[in-house]
Design a protein around this ligand. Structure first.
Ligand code: CDP
Length: 784
């Protein structure tokens, strides 16, 4: 078999000898549902049918009569143990099981543990709950009105207002608006949607009374952080808790928070002394676990007549549901929403966000998004199109006119971030070329002449990923570093353990490639482990595309620490001074005598058998990496749609995605990430919405109403890249997983609006379903 150099496949890893090595994405082959333990019993949750109601009483007698039922747990039981409430990641507290009243439909009211799944479900159905209905608030604007019922009686503040947050210079921004030629404004809602991972949440809690140790197999994106939270809530020492996160069937932010099902399973296992398994049902997942977005946004741009954008002003109301359980760094109540100045060089900007409680499921999780970045990107990319429309300037031209120029990096934005590197015009030029922009514009003109509806949508997003510098970012007080531990065995085989936790992103492959590149050891000789708190070094977990920027950096740095020690041993073996050695072409070589070399494998054996005096044996290192800055990936997406005038349906004819995530470790993994995220962005823009009626009844709580695009609906994507390395990351890599979900909704929506713009249409809120378009066409009198 002929050797293929890393460059041939366009990625990292000298020791990727065959293309297949880089194409093989490994996994553990075991999900929570595969965990089968002796004496295991099963837990089912009783959920509230009401969105807001007082609990008058819970009768468990019929449930206890169901054959196989072992126990019923209620909020009262938890209250007695001091476990009725748990802290959220956003300084709030959340009921584990309802006490006093329920606050959203689908809320967990009681739990039944039984010998089988079926008995547990029968038991749950037999629990009788007496509710007294209370007035329901589903609109966050109504929630903030003076006469709105106060939902959270447990709080001292007697209002539904959660927080006010702002960034930027209000007065300076106002002054620019007052002095500008043109001001455009646009209201838009980024609707409530849900990551809907293929695997719902699940856990097996196993209390070992002999060793007094709790092991929890759990669908967790952040096992270490979860162990700390369990320790804090349960009062157990951390070394008596082991979280094992096996293969996870998709996370997308949904598996960052701790949910009641996990906590009650642990309590039940402690009580019964048996392993307890909880597997969430699909509707439970959609109805009660972390939803995303629900941001009600008002955007304004001030500009000159010739299209130079001067300032941005944003006012937003976030609907957080019944508990503020947004999973994000604790100092950022609106996440990284202040990335909303996007790719543009502005004189100033001001953004403010308020949060409100409503009778909806809690959350506000970062669904494939680095904490409200998707909302921010959608806002700016939509509003720039509104401005282009107002001024009659081509959307590509107006963007180019306002991009931050490459020589301005590092670039400090008026909203507080310092972008590390970028070449926005470079990515856009490549995308325009790939899509054939000039030809498309001519075709569109012809079609418009014939009354046909064709649209071109552009989105030139800038992202912020890699939380984060510990000083800025923490989860429950723990700074957001990440880690890698590298051990080279005497035979030159490597075991690496990382603090992040993959949910299908392929870390076992890409992190092995980083090590192969740094250590000169073949990928096939490197095993990467993660997801077990008893063995992996402490890390904050995988979400918000932080794995590569933070744990990927830790991996490179840990390998370099190993290499530094290995160099001392190599010098000893070669009988030269350390200063006479160089690391070149994946081996230590004596300068000027390239034949005198030692490979890492040579050194590894010597590290355990023949070390120089004064040096300790072994070849391993650990690194806890605190990044100096975030990384700022970017890209340009261009979407071309055709609208059927008869039905209002819009079809994506072409979609070009040019991404820049700095140095690419594995092109196939990156392309997979882009395709997946684009499909999610497509689904959000066209078909997904978690909606509530006035009574707080959820519509969209099952896959009949909450639609997942299949291969039939999913568009074809043409992808390409530019490479602008991050100057502060050890290998120049930026994150990529979130980019397509962050950048694409605006491209899809801008394309549909562009098709309708000759008829005065400026905005339609997502999801842009065919019936919404049909109504617009009907109202404009332009149907076939
Ligand atoms: O945190 P998460 O793994 O979800 O996101 P990420 O850091 O963006 O990485 C997603 C996958 O793409 C991982 O396997 C990365 O190692 C890989 N990747 C890459 O090959 N090159 C990059 N520049 C960025 C990510």
């Amino acid at each position: 078999m002929s050797a293929t150099k890393a460059q041939d496949i366009g990625g990292l890893g000298h020791s990727v000898r065959r293309k297949e090595d880089a194409r093989f994405v490994r996994g553990k082959g075991r999900y929570v549902d595969d965990v089968k333990l002796k004496n295991m019993c099963y837990l089912a949750l009783v959920r509230s049918p009401y969105a807001h109601a007082r609990l008058k009483g819970i009768d468990i007698s019929a449930a206890m009569e169901v054959p196989g039922v072992l126990a019923v747990v209620t909020g009262k039981d938890l209250e007695e143990a001091g476990l009725a409430w748990m802290p959220t990641l956003s300084h709030d507290q959340q009921m584990v099981l309802a006490t006093g009243k329920v606050l959203f439909q689908g809320q967990e009211v009681a739990a039944v543990v039984a010998e089988s799944r079926f008995a547990a479900a029968d038991g749950a159905a037999a629990v009788r709950v007496d509710y007294e209905e209370l007035p329901v608030v589903v609109d966050p604007h109504a929630a903030l009105e003076k006469d709105a019922p106060v939902l959270r009686e447990d709080r001292d503040e007697k209002s539904n207002h959660i927080f006010h947050w702002e960034a930027g210079d209000r007065d300076a921004t106002d002054a620019i608006f007052d002095a500008s030629d043109v001001v455009v404004t646009q209201d838009m809602v980024y609707q409530r949607c849900h990551p809907a991972p293929l695997e719902c949440c699940a856990c097996v809690a196993d209390w070992d009374a002999v060793n007094e140790k709790m092991t929890i197999y759990m669908t967790s994106q952040a096992p270490h952080a979860h162990r700390t939270l369990f320790a804090l809530v349960a009062g157990l020492p951390e070394h008596k808790i082991r979280i094992i996160s096996p293969d996870v069937g998709g996370g997308f932010g949904n598996k960052v928070p701790i949910y009641p099902g996990y906590v009650v399973s642990a309590v039940a296992s402690l009580k019964l002394g048996r392993p307890v398994k909880w597997t969430e049902e699909r509707s439970g997942n959609l109805q009660s676990t972390g939803f995303a977005r629900d941001y009600h946004m008002h955007a304004e741009l001030a500009a000159t007549k010739d299209g130079k954008i001067r300032a941005l002003r944003v006012k937003t109301l976030g609907d957080h549901g019944a508990f503020n359980a947004a999973a994000q760094p604790s100092k950022f109540p609106a996440g990284f929403y202040n990335i909303c100045s996007g790719s543009y060089d502005l004189e100033n900007a001001f953004v403010e966000v308020d949060g409100a409680y409503t009778n909806k499921a809690p959350g506000g999780i970062a669904y494939r998004c680095s904490f409200r970045v998707t909302e921010a990107s959608y806002l700016i990319e939509r509003t720039v199109d509104v401005l282009a429309d107002e001024l009659g300037i081509d959307p590509a031209e107006i963007r180019k006119k306002n991009f931050i120029a490459p020589e301005k990096f590092p670039y400090a934005t008026p909203l507080g971030w310092t972008y590390d590197s970028g070449n926005y015009a470079g990515a856009m030029d490549r995308a325009l070329e790939m899509v054939g922009y000039e030809d498309l514009l001519k075709e569109q003109e012809d079609k418009r002449g014939r009354g046909e509806l064709m649209g071109i949508g552009i989105s030139s997003f800038t992202e912020i990923v890699g939380a984060g510098p510990g000083k800025q970012c923490d989860i429950a007080g723990i700074e957001m570093f990440d880690s890698c531990e590298v051990r080279i065995h005497p035979t030159g085989k490597v075991l690496a353990r990382i603090g992040v936790q993959t949910q299908g992103q392929g870390h076992e492959t890409t992190f092995a490639q980083i090590l192969a590149e740094e250590l000169g050891i073949p990928v096939g000789d490197i095993t990467v482990e993660h997801g077990d708190t008893d063995t992996a070094p402490y890390g904050l977990g995988t979400y918000a595309s932080r794995s590569t920027p933070v744990a990927g950096a830790a991996t490179a740095v840990a390998a370099r620490k190993v290499r530094a020690k290995a160099k001392k041993i190599a010098a000893y073996l070669l009988e030269v001074d350390e200063a006479d050695l160089e690391w070149k072409d994946y081996a230590f070589r004596v300068k000027g005598a390239p034949d005198k070399t030692k490979t890492m494998q040579d050194v590894a054996f010597a590290a355990y058998t023949n070390v120089p005096e004064g040096l300790e044996a072994g070849l391993e290192a650990v690194d806890y990496y605190d990044p100096p800055n975030m990384t700022y990936p970017f890209g340009t997406y261009i979407c071309v749609v055709d609208i059927d005038k008869g039905t209002g349906d819009w079809k994506v004819r072409k979609f070009v995605a040019v991404d820049d995530c700095g140095t690419i470790i594995n092109p196939m993994v990156v392309e997979g990430q882009i395709h997946g995220g684009l499909t999610e962005g497509f689904a959000i823009s066209k078909m997904q919405l978690i909606e509530y009626d006035e009574g707080g009844n959820i519509t969209g709580g099952n896959f009949m109403e909450y639609l997942i695009p299949t291969a039939v609906e999913t568009p074809h994507y043409d992808t390409d890249k530019t490479v602008t390395p991050s100057p502060h990351h050890p290998i120049g890599a930026k994150g990529v997983g979130e980019s397509p979900n962050v950048g694409s909704p605006a491209a899809f929506v801008n394309a549909v609006i562009d098709a309708l713009s000759p008829y005065g249409v400026r905005h339609i809120d997502m999801p842009i379903t065919s019936d919404k378009v049909w109504k617009v066409l009907r109202d404009a009198g332009i149907q076939d």
